[in-house]
Design a protein around this ligand. Structure first.
Ligand SMILES: NC(=O)c1ccc[n+]([C@@H]2O[C@H](COP(=O)([O-])OP(=O)(O)OC[C@H]3O[C@@H](n4cnc5c(N)ncnc54)[C@H](OP(=O)(O)O)[C@@H]3O)[C@@H](O)[C@H]2O)c1
Length: 252
């Protein structure tokens, strides 16, 4: 198969591209670094010609509702319109478990994305995943010695396991909302951040903070956990931390 990977240079996108190639498919990367700005859609139809399917793992890091809705709205609309014109037969979109339960600004963007895909013109599959093991890392990247981490309960999953699931799904007929994917254990995000900081050898103080109102209550109360049956990925957070330790040892 020839598969376009929107966001194929990102964290999970790179793993999707690798997984497609290992499975004998051909990946066409769509990202600004590869000359396609999906918020304008310029040149997209040409890039999609000959593609059987699209996997959408684009992202914009924002907590702002308007920015998130604008980004996911524009990117998704362009992928769908150009996909129809180019004769693409399937779009597989990655979303997040609990997006419709928690009113975070970013999640409004993901809801817009899901709505456009599920009501759109292409046969579709939406896979919802929980937070990646890598989730705390950008929070620790800043210069401040104190890192504020939202209090939330998660069942984190390895981005590699999510990528493998997307590669599997794209070769199957469109499945609509498929079983979400989550990891093997429930963890607090603040504990994940502390363990990540230790593995990175930083001595930052991780400060768990409850987000205000209903959002904070939902995040602590399990609204971001799968509510029904889910695909249980096997890689543990401890394995992820062990890999960070090895990586750090190699660069010391
Ligand atoms: N992180 C999590 O815990 C988690 C959990 C569940 C689901 N998800 C979902 O997984 C998806 C991928 O997340 P990620 O963390 O892997 O993303 P990421 O590392 O931030 O990568 C984002 C990708 O989108 C591309 N992109 C951004 N703006 C673009 C534009 N205007 N035009 C074309 N490409 C653009 C980037 O490439 P360029 O910069 O080169 O354009 C990059 O390839 C997101 O939809 C997210 O909601 C994430």
């Amino acid at each position: 198969m020839r598969v376009a990977v929107a966001g194929g240079t990102g964290l999970v996108g790179k793993m999707v591209v690798r997984g497609l190639e290992q499975a004998g498919h051909h990946a066409v990367v769509l990202s600004r670094a590869n000359g396609v700005d999906l918020t304008t859609g310029q040149g997209l139809v040409e890039r999609l010609h000959g593609c059987d399917a699209i996997i959408d793992v684009t992202n914009q890091n924002t907590i702002n509702k308007k920015a998130a809705v604008e980004f996911f709205g524009a990117v998704t609309s362009h992928l769908l319109e150009a996909g129809v014109q180019a004769g693409v037969g399937h779009i597989v979109t990655l979303s997040i478990v609990g997006v419709d339960e928690v009113d975070l600004g970013y999640y409004f963007g993901k809801r817009k994305q899901e709505e456009l895909v599920s009501k759109g013109p292409l046969p579709w599959t939406i896979l919802r995943a929980t937070q990646f093991h890598e989730f705390p890392e950008p929070l620790l990247d800043g210069r401040s010695p104190v890192v504020v981490v939202p209090k939330m309960l998660s069942r984190p999953v390895a981005a590699a396991d999510v990528a493998a699931e997307l590669v599997k799904l794209v070769a199957q007929p469109a499945g609509g909302y498929v079983r979400p994917i989550a990891g093997p254990e429930e963890l607090r995000m603040s504990d994940m951040a502390k363990r990540t900081a230790r593995a990175r050898g930083t001595h930052k103080l991780v400060l768990p903070v409850r987000l205000p109102g209903r959002v904070g209550k939902a995040m602590i109360g399990g609204a971001l956990l799968p509510q029904g049956p889910f695909t249980k990925a096997t890689r543990t957070f401890a394995e992820h931390i062990a890999e960070l330790d090895v990586h750090r040892g190699a660069t010391r």
